[in-house]
Design a protein around this ligand. Structure first.
Ligand code: RIB
Ligand code: CA
Length: 307
């Protein structure tokens, strides 16, 4: 059975890789995209989400989401990692379509209510839209099937700071509300995403599998790879967001531990995700290990299904 999915995204280079992968995977049905601030401003994210759908010829709605965190000022977008428009050096382009007349939170609530326990929300940006959906209608915790999050770093260091992963850092209050709710949450953080890297050679293979859409991914990845080279820590770039989508549809590649989490909301450790066995909050399924070879192979090979 297909995993029916809303992708909550801040596109973003690895978000673009992810959305295209999701369109290619026969085990995933994308029922809609929701945008959020993060790698770019939310208006850019909405435009980029529409562009990705149009590029793929996929007819699915986009709902625009939050333009700022719940309780703190907006951090500047990650232009140095994702480019000024979100797709590396590629210029902005106006999509043909436009977003639906509903917020991301309203779209999540409506879609989950109309498809009881069928929809997986895969959040690959800051968690603000999920927290707003919970505030607007807490029943979504019972109507959604599962929430899969690219975010956090539980047994490893952060990326945006030594303590925090970027998506959680950008709205730690939202993350705390999401981890405190009574729904199934799977956390796909740096513990596993830093194990999966793609090199220039891998992106050439993706382009070979899919000249047009894979070629676009190859082109925008050059900017992303340059950033990774500049920090000098990794061979290639991490497949953060694609790993979360693959975990949502193919959990068999991942080893998870059931752990209650605490999020640091202020100070130098803002955004840190800490295992807190004593906490009186529901357990989160934290991905702590992964079959990195299999996940990367799946990511590259499924691009064969795209033009
Ligand atoms: O830390 C990685 C995350 O931050 C990814 O979602 C990437 O797109 C950026 O938003
Ligand atoms: Ca992202």
């Amino acid at each position: 059975m297909k995993t029916r999915m809303i992708i909550d995204t801040d596109p973003g280079i690895d978000d673009a890789m992810t959305n295209h992968y999701a369109f290619a995977d026969p085990d995933i049905e994308v029922v809609g995209l929701t945008s959020v601030f993060g790698n770019v401003f939310v208006e850019q994210g909405t435009r980029n989400a529409l562009r990705l759908l149009e590029m793929a010829g996929v007819d699915a709605p986009v709902a625009e989401g939050a333009n700022a965190p719940l309780a703190m000022p907006l951090s500047p977008p990650s232009h140095h990692i994702h480019g000024h428009e979100g797709f590396g050096g590629i210029a902005a382009e106006t999509p043909k379509g436009s977003a639906v007349d509903m917020t991301a939170a309203e779209f999540m609530i409506k879609t989950c209510a109309e498809n009881l326990n069928e929809i997986v929300i895969c959040a690959i940006g800051p968690l603000t839209n999920l927290a707003l959906a919970l505030r607007l209608d807490p029943r979504i915790a019972q109507t959604v099937k599962k929430v899969v999050i690219m975010g956090g770093a539980v047994e490893t260091a952060g990326n945006i700071t030594p303590f925090a992963e970027a998506n959680i850092y950008h709205d730690p209050h939202a993350a705390a509300e999401v981890f405190a709710a009574e729904w199934e949450v799977v956390l796909v953080g740096l513990d596993v995403t830093h194990q999966i890297t793609c090199s220039t050679g891998d992106f050439f293979e993706i382009k070979g599998n899919s000249p047009r859409m894979g070629g676009f991914i190859k082109e925008i990845s050059e900017f992303y790879l340059n950033f990774y080279t500049s920090i000098g820590k990794y061979e290639g770039c991490s497949l953060h967001d694609p790993t979360a989508i693959i975990a949502a549809a193919h959990p068999e590649y991942f080893q998870m531990s059931s752990i209650p989490l605490r999020v640091v909301t202020e100070g130098e450790a803002q955004g840190q995700t800490i295992a807190a066995p004593e906490a009186d909050t529901p357990c989160v399924q934290v991905c702590l290990d992964v079959d990195d070879v299999a996940v990367k192979r799946k990511f590259i090979d499924l691009y064969r299904n795209l033009a």
